[in-house]
Every structure is written in C-alpha cells, then in structure tokens.
Design a protein around this ligand. Structure first.
Ligand SMILES: NC(=O)CC[C@H](N)C(=O)O
Length: 224
C-alpha cells in the first residue's frame, strides 16, 4: 500500500505544490488537504507548507491555527501523527503550541531569500532519519519572520533534550536565538523549520538535493 502524505492548503499557501512534488519524488502519494475540512482523508503524515496563510494578518500562522483542519491535526499529532511544518508551517506549529516558542520579524527587518547551510543535529525524528548526525545541508531560506525566540528555560530544555534539530551555519540569517533553524516536540513526530527542504529535491533545479531526505525519512519511518 502506498504511503499517503497530506499537504494542507490554507488561503495564501504558496509552497503546497512543491511539497506535494517532493512527496511524490520520495515515493509516497501526496494528498491535498483543505484548511476548511476537518477530515484528514486517512493520511499517514501531514505537511504544513510555506506561504502566507490568511495573508499573514495578525501574526504569521495566528489565524491558520484556528482553522478546522488544524483542530484535527493538533489532535492527531498528540497521538503520534508525523507532522512537518516548513516556514509558514513552522509558524503555524508554534502558534498551535505543538512546538514551543515563536517566530518573530527577522532582526534586520528585511525579507531574506538565500541558500542556507544548516547542520542536522537530531536524526531521531520522523523527518530526519535519512540524514547522518551532524550532516551539513544547504537548502533555500525565504521569509520575513524567521527569528526563533523562546524564554531561556525553554531554550535550555530544547538543548538538553536534543530537540534542536537544525542549526544555522556560516551566518545567523535572522537573529534566531542560539542559531536555531528548526526544532521537534518531545516525541519526535512534530518537526518545524524555517528553511525549505521541498525546494531542494531535484538536481535540475538545484540548489542541491539535500531536502529530499525529509520526505524519504518519513516514508521509511511509516513502513518500518
Ligand atoms: N516562505 C514562507 O513560508 C514565508 C513565511 C512567512 N509568511 C514569512 O514571511 O515569514
């Protein structure tokens, strides 16, 4: 049976198509999920894609958090459903309290778009099993509100529990505390990051194929 990976579309989502394409390239079946539907159509995992859900009004992800589809996702994530939030999806996960902390305006106050080097620091999550511990990858980063913040106690807890999954290398592009690019929940099924793995899955378009591992990782995890 093929593994079904749902990709949510909110009004203002931008990268849902690329996420679905990455799922397909990895060998799974992408399933379109609509923000207004509570039904997850029996998917085995869910991706919250990048973009500008509900126009980024209030704060990025603050309205999406209350959408019908998120009600079910919040519920199912608690029961172990693998969920990946990319960029705006990471913002939605923090707003939903599935992940701690928040994403704030980049410290330089500009939108940033660059190929970003990262270190994969936790390979025990549902989405990173295909990477080597400490592996360095380069994938695109593009956002206006990518500064990861949390109180010191939460940051210490994340570090102590190995829940910092990705850290920025070379430069900190947005003022994120402790160079954090992505984190996981304690169970390892929910992962969020600002850079975009779904934009680095094909040699033809580049910049690398370093992002494909996210999508193959979850597939292996689900059939294991
Ligand atoms: N690429 C994206 O997902 C953009 C995320 C978000 N809306 C921001 O500008 O920060």
């Amino acid at each position: 049976m093929t593994t079904r990976v749902g990709v949510v579309t909110f009004p203002g989502s931008l990268d849902d198509r690329d996420a679905a394409r990455a799922v397909k390239l990895a060998g799974a079946e992408p399933v379109a999920l609509w923000h207004g539907d509570k039904d997850l159509r029996q998917v085995d995992a869910v991706i919250l894609p990048g973009g500008f859900s509900y126009g980024d009004y209030l704060r990025c992800g603050a309205i999406a958090r209350f959408s019908p589809v998120m009600e079910t996702i919040i519920d199912q994530a608690g029961a172990g459903l693998p969920v990946l939030g990319i960029c705006n999806g990471f913002q939605v996960l923090c707003e939903s309290h599935l992940l701690p902390g928040a994403l704030t305006r980049n410290d330089h106050l500009h939108f940033i778009c660059r190929d970003q080097r990262l270190r994969v620091e936790n390979v025990d999550t549902a989405w990173t099993g295909d990477y080597a511990a400490g592996q360095e990858i380069t994938i695109p980063l593009k956002n206006g509100e990518g500064g990861y913040v949390a109180d010191e106690r939460t940051l210490d807890e994340l570090e102590a529990e190995g829940r910092v999954v990705f850290r920025y290398l070379d430069v900190n592009p947005n003022g994120s505390r402790r160079d954090i690019a992505g984190i996981t929940n304690a169970a390892g099924n929910v992962v969020g990051l600002m850079p975009h793995p779904e934009h680095a899955v094909e040699a033809l378009t580049g910049p690398t194929t370093d992002g494909l591992g996210f999508f193959t990782s979850v597939l292996k995890k689900l059939v294991a």
